[in-house]
Design a protein around this ligand. Sequence first.
Ligand code: URA
Length: 432
Amino acid sequence: MRMVDVIDKKRNGGELSDEEIGFFVSGVVSGEIPDYQTSALLMSIYFRGMNDHERSQLTLEMMRSGDRLDLSGIPGVKVDKHSTGGVGDKVSLPLAAMVAATGVPVPMISGRGLGHTGGTLDKLEAIPGYQVEIGEQDFIDQVKNEGLAIIGATGNIAPADKKIYALRDVTDTVDSIPLIASSIMSKKIASGTDALVIDVKTGAGAFMKTLEKSEELAKALVGIGKGVGMECMAVISDMNQPLGRKVGNTLEIEETLDILKGKGPKDLLELVLTLGSYMVVLGGKAADEKEARARLEATIADGSALERFRAMVVAQGGDGRVVDDYSLMPHAKYRIELPAKRAGHVTRMLADEVGIASMKLGGGREKADDQLDYGVGIELNKKVGDEVEAGESLLTICSDRENVDDIKELLYGCIEIGDEAKPYPMVYKIVK
Ligand code: URA
């Protein structure tokens, strides 16, 4: 088989056979297929798409390119959650603790920030000592003992995805439905979870900008999961503006702890409860979503979710005192306000631009090997729909440098104040 013929077939809109997909994935992992040919096929897939069968086959081949975790030693139905990526999206953190507190084991494998989107692992590393890389047996033991663990992909999970993802990032082929779906699901199937709830983001800060495309992605993800016997469903949620009130690594741990103490922002809590109620039902700890929601709310009221979070931090080497004392995490040197230029209502606050502003402050990576400044970020004092007076602070820039004129300009450009505003819905659709 020749790679050039595989590229030619897809470039002309043909359907790739199982053998051709297998040949491609194994050639990528072994290094026999050079990056330029892989990139050419990725661009052909980007423009020509893939049908259901091709997508599933690509996912399975990528999954088989590495190891598969065996979580059968953990009793109960193991449920994981994955997000397609957002700004201010710290959902996994309170969610894992709350779901675990209802008795559903949560073995969560998370990622790092990507482009303008934040990563759960980066946020956790704002906690002094927290280890995201632990061995497979320690991961299993921790989920058994504490009910939850949040780690980075262990060892050799879907190595084909690592290579393909890096090339997608630099060939502008990230936002392709077959490529996103196979990337996420190959890792999730390999991670051995029984059930999965996927948070598919839609809007300005999401990889999929329209509801129609987000729904298509959600259906592709769920279809692949069900095809391998995994209980799987998706929630399509808003990413036009950042989620919650804080964007940045330490800041998002603070907001997580606030949620677990019953004093977090409403939009974030609503999404956590929606995703969590499906996880608790899939995990067999409630008969329906209504009962599950009540159980989750109880884990905040009785402090058990906060205790699960603390237990996870301590088990993974972190300083559990951060739960009560936020000053133990790194904080930025300066807090600089961004005053509104006129009175009115906030009509727009583009999530992707806020994410880029946080990244430029040092909260995210512009290059793969950049070091993060954990304390920097942005606190949103106003969100879409809120009324604002002229001169009132729209947001607070938390920075280690005193001059943030570039960041102010970027942020003014992505915030609009008008006479009337309609808040965005938090959840648009459920795909089962
Ligand atoms: N998250 C992933 O793991 N892969 C993608 O392609 C997009 C989001």
